[in-house]
Structures are given as C-alpha cells and as structure tokens.
Design a protein around this ligand. Structure first.
Ligand code: TXA
Ligand code: MG
Length: 344
C-alpha cells in the first residue's frame, strides 16, 4: 500500500473522511499527538487499527467526537454534573473521559470492557475530519505499539509507511504528550494517565481528583491495571534510559560522571537536560528538553525518536517534579526508562 501525506486542505479532508466512511485508516493531527483513525462504529475498520499498530487486543481505544451531542448514543447513562463541568471547562481539548458504554460501541473499541473513553479534540483539522466523516473516530496514537507517540506527520510515516493509505499533515502537535485520561465512573475523577490537563486543574473544576497509583510505578507481576495501556511497554527508545531527580547540582554531577564512565566503556551515551543546564555538560553529547515542563512535554517524544536516529545506547535524563504538567512528563520519561528513576 502507498502511504500518501497531504496538507489538510478541504479536498484532503473530504478524501480522508471518505476513506474513514469506507472502513479505511487515516492518520490525523490532534493538539496532543497524531491519531490513527477509523470509523469508531465499524468493528472491521477498528480491527485494522490493532493490526496496523501491532496493538494488543486488550488495550481499548478512545472515540473522538467533534460536538457534544455526539456523546449521548455512545454512553449508557446521562453525563453527571461533574462530567458536564469537566466538559465545559476542558473540551474541546486534551482530556479523555471514561463512561459506561452503550451497546452501539463495538466490543473491540472497548477491548471487552464495559466502559468507553471519549475525547473532543481541540485541533481544528481533527474536528473537520470527524465532522466530515459523520461518525465518531476511534484513534489511538499513530505509532507502532511500544514506540513513542508521533508528534509530526514524519514520525507517523516512519511507523506506518505501507500500512495506511493517508496521513494528514497538520504540522507539529502543540501539547506533545497524549491526553489526560480520567475515569468518570466513580464519585471522584480518577486520573489513569496524566497529560496536558493537570490533576490540579481537574480538582479545581470537579472539587477533587485522584491520580491512579500505577501512574508513577512499574506494575507488579500479574497486576491488572485500571487502564490496560499501563500494562504495556511504552515510549521506549532503543538505548537504556535512566532518569535522575533531586538537587540539580548533584543531578548534573552524577550525570556527568555516568556519561564519562559509559563513554570510557565504549558506549554511545546521550544526555537529555533542561535548557538552563545544557552549558554545564561541556562538550558531551546532549539534547535540550526545553526550558520548562510544558516545553518538555512538547519535545519529549521527538527527542526519544532522535535518540534512536543518533544510535544512543545509553541515555541519561534530568527529571522534573511530578506535579502539574511535570506529572505527565515524569510518567512518560519513567515508562520510557522502565522506571529506572534515581533520586540523587
Ligand atoms: O491524546 C490522545 O489521547 C491520543 C490522541 C490521538 O487523541 N490518543 C491516544 O490513544 O493516546 P492511545 O490508544 O494511544 O491511548 C489511550 C489510553 C490507553 O492507555 C488505554 O488503555 C486507555 O487510554 N483507555 C482507553 N479506553 C479505556 C477504558 N475504557 N478504560 C480504561 N482505559 C482506557
Ligand atoms: Mg498510544
């Protein structure tokens, strides 16, 4: 199959929508990461997503909508007043909410669970595509399973060339990490995956919020997480990544000595550091994570892909405090490092 990349002109959106309606896959930009879309009400089309990504069948998908009135047929209950407040405050935007699912939602979308994840993305091209397709679009991140999520059309092409007919190129994604996933089936919004909408913001709107304990730790042997995605290997670069947290002078010193040691052993190390610390590492090989947590979120996945292109076999990253958007950054860095996080 030839994979084309098109800018999101009206003609390209119409063609993409026709492909979705015909049961084919289209990759498209969102404000978080690129999605790999299919008609979310068509079981066979949804099955193609799992195939193209090499995604385990037990990992459910998010349904993307382009207007609030599209949600009622997909869920088994009315929106609670808290869910309404959250939708008001954060939609369209990088928030996914989980509700009890209706019978309209195919089994493979929810991977056999009784719930369904729903997101109303803010990206105008995503909204145009969903509206033109006239169906909710099921879309995971458009990477091959296990790889970092794609934040450019080229990243999608790296992973999906020959597997899908069309990629809509909307440029770089703004947020850079995937949406905040919140389970809304209990009394308090329960965050399964941190993202651009923070736990603090959710608590302010909903009165309270809780973060799942599996967000910042590896799973125990045989443990079944509330979000199946947490059980799978994720974001991992080819090289072995270690994250260092604590006092920044000590972190810099420790990374310098780990780097020099790795180099002396014949490895090809790479440092991922905060913008402000780049100069401290002298002429060691380094990539800047950016000036703050928001910049880090924006760049992280592209940097992890770059590290592979640079054939880095050992990576040392500076960590940040796990609060605000920093929680999303540390969750992704932690998982990319298989939770090799060292407090110095
Ligand atoms: O920003 C995003 O959310 C991107 C863009 C394309 O919208 N999508 C995305 O999808 O990241 P995906 O499939 O890569 O991640 C969805 C996560 C997975 O960890 C999955 O396990 C979880 O959401 N999830 C989906 N439905 C769920 C459900 N019913 N219950 C619990 N977790 C669910
Ligand atoms: Mg993903």
């Amino acid at each position: 199959m030839i994979t084309r990349i098109l800018p999101p002109t009206d003609a390209a959106i119409a063609e993409a929508a026709a492909l979705i309606r015909a049961g084919e896959l289209v990759a498209f930009p969102t404000e978080t990461v690129y999605g790999l879309g299919a008609d979310g009400l068509n079981r066979e089309a949804v099955a193609k997503i799992f195939q193209a990504k090499g995604r385990p069948g037990d990992n459910p998908l998010i349904l993307h909508i382009s207007a609030l009135d599209q949600i009622a047929p997909l869920i088994a209950c009315e929106l609670s007043s808290v869910a309404k407040k959250m939708a008001d405050a954060f939609w369209p935007g990088p928030l996914t909410m989980i509700f009890p699912k209706s019978a309209r939602v195919p089994e493979n979308v929810s991977a056999g669970l009784s719930t369904v994840a729903i997101r109303f993305p803010a990206h105008p091209d995503a909204q145009r595509l969903i509206a033109a397709a006239e169906t909710p679009i099921a879309a995971p991140s458009a990477n091959r399973s296990g790889k970092p999520s794609p934040t450019t059309a080229n990243h999608v092409f790296e992973d999906m060339d020959g597997r899908i007919p069309l990629i809509l190129d909307g440029g770089e994604c703004l947020v850079g990490v995937e949406s905040t996933v919140v389970d809304m089936t209990g009394p308090v919004p329960h965050i399964l995956r941190p993202g651009g909408i923070t736990a603090e913001q959710i608590a302010q709107v909903a009165g309270a919020s809780e973060v799942d304990s599996a967000v910042m730790r590896p799973l125990a042997e045989g443990e079944k997480p509330r979000s199946p995605g947490m059980a799978h290997r994720h974001y991992a670069p080819n090289g072995q990544l270690t994250v260092f947290t604590g006092d920044s002078d000590r972190v810099i010193q420790r990374i310098q000595s780990e780097y020099d040691c790795a180099k002396a052993n014949g490895s090809r190390p790479l440092i991922l550091s905060m913008e402000a610390h780049v100069a401290s590492y002298g002429d060691r090989r380094i990539e800047s994570l950016g000036a703050d947590e928001t910049a880090m979120a924006h760049r992280l996945f592209a940097l992890l892909r770059d590290a592979d292109h640079m054939e880095a076999d050992v990576l040392f990253a500076e960590g940040v405090e796990a609060k605000g958007v920093g929680l999303a950054v540390m969750n992704r860095l932690g998982r990319a490092a298989a939770f090799h996080i060292v407090e110095v």
